[in-house]
Design a protein around this ligand. Structure first.
Ligand SMILES: *Cc1c(COP(=O)(O)O)cnc(C)c1O
Length: 404
């Protein structure tokens, strides 16, 4: 877990002086500090006493008491929490992680612009860059994010407006060098940090301009919210707000309320998930019916040293291949009993997916291979069940899968 120095946290400063575990509890109480639980502002609109006041509100970035597509007090509390945990000046919430990513890309890029994007990406993000951007006249160059210097080498000065990375990346948990990304000057650098959550890494501290999350995942953490968020400088977030109001992918106050409640236990949940995931990854690595176990906290991970430098834990995801290909992989996800077969990650329930037949089903075989996805690849999001019960479940499911 992140243990930033805080020699005398109660003296001389704002909440920045507290450790992340404390800030996850103290922050995000904007607007009402008497209710301990987040307050649900289930309203789409707000009355203004005068026309002058309405005019002021309508033109103030981040306004949260004008009209809820512009902003909402429950959503503001969530945004404040994320900005605080990411060490950002400001944050903007969206109706989903893809809403946030689309908001960043379309808010910052125009026809004729050039984007450098990582090849290893969440499948919907990849399709946005591969299909939607070219249709809008935005050119995208894909690079192998694990290759040193690849992002910087692909930047075209004066033409590249955005560099987009994801770390750890879907689904094979490739780790991208945040310091290298943060050193790129010119284009806006963006990191999708969903798999790490703000507890395990802070891209902005490495000089990256914007961090995005699908808060649907570990941040909300209970499979009860569909939500996205972007954090960065006040200037960039205000700019994005201008487009977000047109885009309309506004966060639901109900989901923001659930996410704020979820964040109160985020440090504890992440700590347990890291511990269980490491134990399961080690156990899987010892089995002969499993190959290519990927976990950033395992010494066998190709970027283990880099992960150790920039992350304070390996996270809750483990990827592995069931020996026996497509048939064994599909039998495995249908045989688990404690774990569930479902997309998403970061919740209390351990979830397994078979990317080749679900999340990445739209990719061509060579694209699958380029992403390191084999026919028997399983992505597992480790939940909060007892790790011994999970291990027993994985063992019986592997026996079923490989028995044929
Ligand atoms: C889920 C996910 C997204 C998309 O988020 P939604 O909330 O489903 O729109 C983007 N990036 C990563 C890494 C994800 O896991």
């Amino acid at each position: 877990m992140n243990e930033s120095p805080a020699s005398d946290p109660l003296v001389g400063g704002g909440p920045d002086h507290f450790r992340p575990q404390t800030r996850a509890i103290l922050s995000g109480r904007q607007g009402d500090d008497r209710s301990l639980a987040p307050v649900l502002w289930a309203t789409s609109t707000f009355s203004a006493p005068t026309v002058a006041e309405a005019r002021r509100l309508a033109t103030t970035p981040g306004v949260d008491r004008f009209y809820s597509r512009y902003g909402n007090p429950t959503v503001s509390g969530f945004e404040e929490l994320i900005a605080d945990l990411e060490g950002a000046e400001a944050a903007r919430a969206y109706g989903s992680g893809m809403g946030a990513i689309t908001g960043v890309v379309l808010g910052l890029c125009s026809a004729g612009d050039h984007i450098v994007a990582q090849r290893q990406l969440y499948a919907a993000t990849q399709l946005l860059f591969q299909a939607a951007c070219p249709r809008l006249g935005i050119e995208v160059t894909f690079v192998d994010g694990t290759e040193p210097g690849a992002f910087a080498a692909a930047v075209r000065p004066g033409k590249t407006t955005l560099v987009f990375a994801e770390t750890p990346a879907n689904p094979k948990l490739d780790v991208i060098d945040l310091t290298e990304l943060g050193a790129i000057r010119g284009p806006v650098t963006v990191v999708d940090s969903t798999f790490a959550t703000p507890m395990l890494q802070q891209p902005l501290a490495h000089g990256v301009d914007l961090v995005v999350h699908s808060a649907t995942k570990g941040i909300a953490g209970h499979n009860d919210a569909t939500l996205g968020v972007v954090a960065g400088s006040r200037e960039l977030i205000d700019w994005l707000w201008g487009f977000a109001v047109l885009q309309g992918a506004a966060a639901s106050p109900f989901d923001a309320m659930n996410a704020t409640r979820g964040i109160r236990t985020l440090p504890l949940r992440i700590r347990q998930q890291c511990e269980s995931a490491l134990a399961l990854a080690s156990a899987l690595e010892a089995r002969s019916d499993v190959s290519d176990v990927r976990y950033p906290g395992l010494a066998s991970h190709p970027q283990y040293d880099l992960a150790a430098r920039q992350m304070s834990g390996g996270g809750g995801l483990v990827t592995f291949d069931v020996v026996g290909g497509l048939e064994a992989g599909t039998r495995f996800v249908e045989a688990v009993r404690v774990a569930r077969h479902a997309p998403s990650l970061g919740g209390p329930e351990t979830l397994v997916t078979h990317p080749a037949s679900t999340t990445h089903v739209n990719l061509l075989p060579d694209e699958l291979a380029a992403n390191g996805i084999g026919p028997g690849t399983i992505r597992m999001s480790v939940g909060l069940e007892h790790p011994d019960d999970l291990l027993a479940d994985l063992t019986q499911a592997l026996d079923v899968a490989t028995a044929g």
